[in-house]
Design a protein around this ligand. Structure first.
Ligand code: NI
Length: 255
């Protein structure tokens, strides 16, 4: 399995990340993608990548919750890194109308700029959107071109069936995490209508731990609980979920 989204470089793991990584490897995780947040998180993220080459893989981008008045300065740091070395994705980027709506204009601007970089470097986007799925779909629809199609993952997808179908039509994957195991999460009713070929697995560690760890610190080793739940919803074997979602992750990251 591949954890397409985990922030294992954060403070929450500073005391025991070697154990967390060992547990993930024992649980059958082959790779963990580390989406960046902003200029403050890059150093720790790259350090973790350096310690676990080919296992922990950094991506570069500016998280919408870090888009403030000075977002152009933050984006300059991302642009600089994109020119300095190879990355496999731009993220995490996106929109967020849940925490703060003050910088909505700036969020949209940062989205467009990062989407242009994705085209320029031919990289997938790792998209965060919270209370803003329709707005994000609309942004993407305006940016999508036939010659240079944008691709990537809608991380932590929790939307409706209609929204899922629009995302798939845009050529994007749905990142499924711990929310799928939550009672009354509602995601089971959507996923029962979505083919496995559109899904990738993610933990979003340290956030959104699946049941029975809900509310506790999440870690990549819990990924199989998410795969298991998808297998139940779709009435397929756990092996099939693991195989298909791994192939999808390989496709999106170009492995
Ligand atoms: Ni994240």
């Amino acid at each position: 399995m591949i954890d397409t989204h985990a922030h294992l470089y954060l403070e929450e793991f500073s005391q025991d990340y070697p154990e967390v990584i060992a547990k993930a490897q024992n649980a059958g995780i082959e790779k963990i993608y580390l989406p960046n947040i902003d200029s403050q998180s890059i150093e720790a993220m790259l350090e973790l990548e350096l310690r676990y080459p080919d296992f922990c893989i950094a991506t570069i981008g500016l998280h919408p919750c870090s888009v403030k008045k000075d977002f152009e300065k933050e984006l300059y740091v991302v642009e600089d890194w994109l020119g300095r070395r190879k990355f496999v994705a731009i993220g995490e980027m996106g929109t967020d109308l849940y925490w703060d709506q003050t910088f909505w204009q700036e969020q949209q601007e940062a989205f467009k700029i990062q989407a242009e970089w994705a085209k320029k470097y031919d990289l997938p986007l790792i998209i965060h959107c919270r209370n803003s799925i329709d707005e994000t779909i609309a942004l993407l629809e305006n940016l999508q071109e036939k010659e240079k199609p944008l691709k990537g993952i809608f991380h932590c997808f929790t939307g409706s069936l209609e929204q899922a179908q629009k995302i798939i039509a845009l050529g994007f994957y749905l990142g499924i995490g711990g929310v799928v195991t939550f009672k009354n999460g509602g995601l089971d009713k959507v996923l029962s209508h979505i083919d496995l070929e559109h899904l990738v697995l993610e933990t979003d560690s340290p956030y959104l731990a699946p049941v029975p760890y809900r509310g506790k610190r999440n870690e990549s080793g819990y990924l199989s609980l998410i795969a298991q739940k998808i297998a139940e919803i779709q009435s397929v074997s756990l092996e099939e979920v693991k195989l298909k979602t791994t192939q999808n992750a390989q496709k999106v990251f170009g492995i």
